[in-house]
Design a protein around this ligand. Structure first.
Ligand SMILES: NC(=O)c1ccc[n+]([C@@H]2O[C@H](COP(=O)([O-])OP(=O)(O)OC[C@H]3O[C@@H](n4cnc5c(N)ncnc54)[C@H](O)[C@@H]3O)[C@@H](O)[C@H]2O)c1
Length: 257
């Protein structure tokens, strides 16, 4: 048997999970059709599904035999889904590629028009960034955690608001950037650059939901360690650090901002 998942990130995750568990595992591959699936969900071997409102609470680490990313498929993708994919691309730039961050800033119009000449090389570099992080730490014992930039807060937003993954990550990136600025790690100028880029890519940077409700959801994050969580903070564009933060520290930040 061989399972092929053809679709966005949800299909890839479910196909990978089913294949990894059916008969103790059969081989699988992906044809990723959304931008988000092409740059992120199909890469890295995490196959997670949600249960009881908990994000990715059931899952496996298992690599697909192949991933096909055909950029011409993006032509039928609704604009909002294209933006969702950009959120993960921006995240990869923030982790490891200041030059591509600037490239995105300078090519907004073409990106929004889904110009494959511009998107294809950027997509390839984004996949390479994720793949290199995963290759060095497949089971997320250390540096792979950096890929969670924007996701700790973002997953909590996604859980409560029901917003799409990419939009939730965008709100999570804003939160991580604000916290990084507050801690003196990120210059205000870089915070503003990120906000401008997310806005121009038609991504939200805030929500009307009470932050304390989001915080409550964050306390149920599966990656919580006792009363702390490994948070990914920014030290500049293209440079992130993993910091273990007490939940109380995050709560105090929320109350004072
Ligand atoms: N496993 C991982 O490492 C990983 C990483 C990032 C995200 N994810 C997961 O991926 C999911 C989000 O993925 P997504 O944004 O692709 O969402 P999705 O799979 O829900 O797809 C978004 C929408 O686009 C449609 N679509 C997909 N391809 C299309 C195309 N070519 N033309 C027209 N419509 C198309 C889908 O039918 C769907 O309605 C989340 O559940 C997230 O947790 C997983």
């Amino acid at each position: 048997s061989f399972v092929v998942g053809i679709g966005g990130g949800v299909v890839c995750d479910i196909a990978g999970f089913v294949a990894s568990t059916y008969m103790r595992g059969v081989e699988f591959g992906f044809v990723a059709t959304s931008l988000l699936a092409q740059v992120d969900a199909s890469v890295g071997g995490k196959n997670g599904v949600d249960l009881d409102g908990y994000k990715n609470i059931v899952g496996t680490f298992n690599q697909p035999k192949f991933v096909i990313c055909e950029t011409s498929m993006l032509k039928t993708l609704p604009a909002v889904e294209l933006s969702n994919g950009f959120a993960e691309m921006v995240k990869h730039c923030l982790i490891a590629d200041a030059a591509d961050f600037a490239f995105m800033e300078n090519n907004i119009e073409k990106l929004m028009q889904c110009d494959v000449e511009v998107i294809t090389p950027l997509l390839a570099k984004s996949v390479r960034i994720k793949a290199s992080v995963v290759t060095a730490d497949e089971h997320e014992k250390g540096d792979r955690k950096k890929l969670n930039l924007g996701h700790t807060w973002g997953h909590a937003v996604e859980r409560i608001s029901g917003l799409p993954h990419g939009q939730s990550v965008s709100i999570g990136l804003e939160f991580a950037a604000r916290l990084s600025t507050e801690k003196g790690l990120l210059e205000k100028r870089d915070y503003m650059r990120l906000m401008n880029l997310l806005r121009e890519l038609q991504l939200p940077i805030c929500t009307s939901i009470n932050p304390l409700r989001i915080f409550e959801a964050l306390t149920k994050d599966k990656k919580k360690v006792d009363n702390s969580v490994d948070f990914i903070l920014m030290k500049g564009i293209g440079n992130v650090v993993i910091e273990r933060l007490e939940l109380n520290e995050i709560k105090s930040f929320l109350v004072s901002h």
